[in-house]
Design a protein around this ligand. Structure first.
Ligand code: ADP
Length: 614
C-alpha cells in the first residue's frame, strides 16, 4: 500500500515523466528539422551555387575562346584567365560537397572534362597556329567538351535542386508530425495531471477532511464515533491513532461517570440522612441535590428551579450568596420563615453559602433551612418565665422594700446603729433587685409588644440636651468633660420621646461609667437621607473586639467588671426600644481608646407614619 509520500511521489513523478517525454520529443523533432534544413542549406544549396558558378564561368571562358578566334586576343585571354580559376574553385567546392548518389561520378566527369577543356583551349589560344586550324579545334574538340561540362553541371544542379525540394517536403511532414505529437503529448500530460489532482483529493484531502469532521464531533462530545479509514498510509495510521484516542476518552468518560455516579450516590445518601432542609443549587438556580425535608417542606426537588417556587426570598438569598461569595442569612422578618408541617407551626432560618472552585469562582450555592422552632419556643418559654417570675417577685419585693423603708424611718421603733447599717444594706440590694425586675419587665413588655410606643414627630435636639444636662454633674464628679454637638437645623424624628430619652440616658450612663477621669464624652447628631443618627462617643476603656458583638445581649457584661454596678440589661433594652422604632443601633469600639455608640431613627419629614406601633 502506498503512503502519502509514495502517492505524492507517484503523482509528481508522473508529471515529471510527462514533462521529460514532451521535452525529449520536442528536442528530437527540432533536431530532425534542423538536420533537414542543414541538408537543404549546407549540402544541396552549396552544390547548386557551385554548379551555377561553373556554368557561368565555362560560358565566359567559351566567350573568351570565341573572342580569341575573332582576333580579340587580349579580351579573350582576359576572360579565359579570369574565369578559369572561378570554375576551378566552384568545381573544387562541388567535389568537396558530394552528398547524393551519382553526384561523385558526375563531379569527377566535370573535373576530367574541364582538364581536357583546358588542354584543348591551349591549342585554341596558341597564336602560332593558323586561325583555320584553331577554329577547327574549337568546333570539333572544344565545343563538345564545353557542352558536356555544361550538361553535367546542369545535371548535378538539377539533382541537388530535386533533393532540396524533397528535403523541404520531408521537413514539412516532420514539422507537421512534430506538431501533432506535441498536441497529443500535451493532451495526455494534461489528462494525467487532472487525474493526479483528482486522486490527490481522493487519497489525501478526503481522509483529512473526514478527520477534521471527526474531531469536531468529538469536541461536541460524540465519543462513540469511529473514523473509517480505507488506506494503510500515514492518514490511515492517523485515523487509527484517532480512534484509539476516542476509545481512551470513552474509557476515561466511563470511569469518570462511574466515579461521578458513586459520588452522586453517596452524596444523595448523606443528604437523605440529613434531618435539616439542605439543597445544592447550580449557577442557573436549579436544584442539583436536596434532603428529603427540603423536598417535602419547600419543594426543593432536584431539577426544580428555585425561582419557580413561591418563596421570593430564596432568589434574593441565592443572588446575594453568589455575589458576595460568602455565607449570607435571610434579613426579612428577623430572618425566620414560618411553615406549617402536618398542621404544626414551624420556623426556619435560611442561610446560603456559595460553593467556590479552585480559582474561587462561584459554581453554585448550598441552601440550608434550619428548623429553629424549638429554639424559638425555648426562647419564648424563657421570656415567659422571666416575665412571670418578674411579675410574681415584684409585689412581694415592693412589700419588702416598704417594710425596709418603714423600719429605716424608725416607724417601728428606734434602731441600734448595727440594725440601721444592716437595714441600709438591705435597702440598697432591694433597690438593685427592683431595678433589675423593672428592666426585665420592660424587656418582656417590648418583646411581647405590650409596651406602646407613642410615636410623634419630636426634635431630637431637645431630648439630647435634656439628657446631657442630667449627666453634667455626674460627669463633673468623675472629672470627665461632657459635650454636645448638635446642628441647629437637625430635623425632627418619629419617636417616643420618653423611650428615646431612656436609650440616650443608658448610653450616656455607660459612657460616663466606663471612662476614667480626664476623659471626655461627646454626644453628636446628624441628619442623613431619611434618618437622623445620634452618636455617643467616649475616650474610655473601650470594648475588647471579641465582645463587641455581644454587648447588646441580655445580661452580658464584659468580663472583669465585677466591681462595677450594672446587670448587663441596659443595652439590651436600648436595642429593643430602637428596633421597636424601626431604627438600628450599633457600636464601634477599640480597646483602651474608647467606644462610639450610634442609633438612627426615621426622619419625621420622610416617614409620614404617625401613631403607635406594637
Ligand atoms: P451594664 O449595666 O453592665 O452597663 P449594659 O447593657 O449597659 O450593662 O452594657 C453591657 C456591657 O457593655 C457593660 O457591662 C460594659 O462591659 C459594656 N459597655 C457598655 N457601654 C460601654 C462603654 N461606653 N465603654 C465600655 N464598655 C461599655
Amino acid at each position: 500500500m502506498l503512503g502519502i509520500r509514495g502517492k505524492l511521489s507517484l503523482g509528481f513523478g508522473g508529471l515529471f515523466l510527462i514533462i521529460m517525454v514532451i521535452g525529449v520529443q520536442s528536442i528530437r523533432q527540432l533536431y530532425l528539422l534542423e538536420n533537414l534544413i542543414d541538408v537543404i542549406l549546407r549540402e544541396n544549396y552549396r552544390s547548386v551555387v557551385a554548379c551555377q558558378q561553373m556554368k557561368e564561368a565555362i560560358e565566359r571562358m567559351d566567350s573568351g575562346a570565341l573572342f580569341i578566334l575573332l582576333g580579340e586576343n587580349e579580351q579573350g585571354k582576359e576572360l579565359v584567365s579570369q574565369n578559369g580559376p572561378v570554375f576551378s574553385r566552384a568545381m573544387q567546392a562541388e567535389l568537396n560537397n558530394v552528398t547524393l548518389p551519382g553526384e561523385a561520378e558526375r563531379a569527377e566527369r566535370i573535373r576530367d572534362n574541364f582538364a581536357r577543356y583546358q588542354d584543348i583551349l591551349k591549342d585554341v589560344q596558341d597564336l602560332q597556329l593558323p586561325v583555320e586550324n584553331r577554329r577547327e579545334v574549337y568546333f570539333s574538340k572544344l565545343l563538345p567538351v564545353f557542352y558536356r561540362i555544361k550538361a553535367t553541371a546542369e545535371e548535378v544542379l538539377q539533382m541537388n535542386q530535386r533533393n532540396m525540394a524533397d528535403a523541404e517536403a520531408v521537413a514539412r511532414t516532420t514539422a507537421g508530425a512534430a506538431q501533432r505529437n506535441m498536441v497529443i503529448l500535451l493532451f495526455f500530460g494534461a489528462a494525467v495531471a487532472i487525474l493526479f489532482i483528482l486522486f490527490t483529493g481522493r487519497w489525501i484531502l478526503k481522509p483529512i477532511n473526514r478527520l477534521i469532521r471527526s474531531t469536531d464531533e468529538i469536541r461536541r462530545g460524540n465519543l462513540d464515533l469511529v473514523v473509517q479509514s480505507e488506506s494503510r498510509d500515514e492518514i490511515g495510521r492517523l485515523s487509527e491513532a484517532f480512534n484509539a484516542m476516542a476509545s481512551s476518552l470513552r474509557q476515561f468518560r466511563r470511569t469518570n461517570r462511574t466515579r461521578m455516579a458513586r459520588i452522586q450516590r453517596s452524596t444523595q445518601q448523606v443528604f437523605d440522612s440529613l434531618p435539616d432542609a439542605v439543597a445544592v443549587v447550580d449557577l442557573d438556580g436549579r436544584i442539583e441535590v436536596s434532603t428529603p425535608s427540603a423536598a417535602e417542606i419547600f419543594g426543593l426537588r432536584p431539577e426544580v428551579r428555585i425561582r419557580t417556587l413561591p418563596f421570593d426570598w430564596m432568589g434574593g438569598l441565592f443572588d446575594e450568596a453568589l455575589k458576595s461569595g460568602r455565607m449570607v442569612e435571610s434579613q426579612g422578618s428577623r430572618g425566620v420563615f414560618q411553615r406549617f408541617i402536618k398542621g404544626e407551626e414551624h420556623f426556619f432560618n435560611p442561610t446560603a453559602v456559595s460553593i467556590l472552585d479552585s480559582e474561587r469562582h462561584p459554581t453554585g450555592i448550598i441552601l440550608t433551612l434550619e428548623d429553629v422552632t424549638r429554639e424559638l419556643h425555648q426562647d419564648e418559654l424563657k421570656k415567659g418565665v422571666i416575665s412571670t417570675v418578674s411579675h410574681q417577685l415584684k409585689t412581694p419585693l415592693t412589700s419588702l422594700r416598704m417594710v425596709v423603708y418603714l423600719l429605716l424611718e424608725e416607724k417601728a421603733g428606734p434602731l441600734t446603729p448595727k440594725q440601721a447599717e444592716l437595714l441600709l444594706a438591705a435597702r440598697d440590694e432591694s433597690d438593685r433587685l427592683h431595678s433589675i425586675l423593672g428592666n426585665l419587665l420592660d424587656i418582656s413588655r417590648i418583646e411581647s409588644g405590650r409596651m406602646r410606643m407613642d410615636l410623634k414627630p419630636v426634635a431630637p435636639a431637645g431630648i439630647i440636651a435634656e439628657q446631657v444636662d442630667s449627666f453634667r454633674s455626674a460627669a463633673k464628679d468623675r472629672g470627665i468633660t461632657l459635650d454636645a454637638k448638635i446642628p441647629d437645623d437637625l430635623p425632627e424624628v418619629t419617636a417616643d420621646a420618653d423611650r428615646i430619652g431612656h436609650v440616650l440616658a443608658n448610653l450616656l450612663s455607660n459612657a460616663v461609667k466606663y471612662t476614667s477621669a480626664g476623659g471626655s464624652v461627646t454626644v453628636s447628631a446628624q441628619a442623613r437621607d431619611d434618618e437622623v443618627c445620634v452618636e455617643v462617643s467616649d475616650t474610655g476603656r473601650g470594648i475588647p473586639a471579641r465582645y463587641v458583638d455581644r454587648v447588646f445581649e441580655q445580661f452580658f457584661r464584659v468580663p472583669g467588671q465585677e466591681g462595677e454596678n450594672g446587670e448587663g440589661l441596659g443595652l439590651a433594652i436600648a436595642k429593643e426600644i430602637v428596633e421597636a422604632h424601626g431604627g438600628v443601633i450599633g457600636v464601634k469600639s477599640s480597646e483602651g481608646k474608647g467606644s462610639v455608640f450610634t442609633f438612627c431613627l426615621k426622619r419625621a419629614d420622610r416617614a409620614p407614619r404617625e401613631g403607635s406601633i406594637r
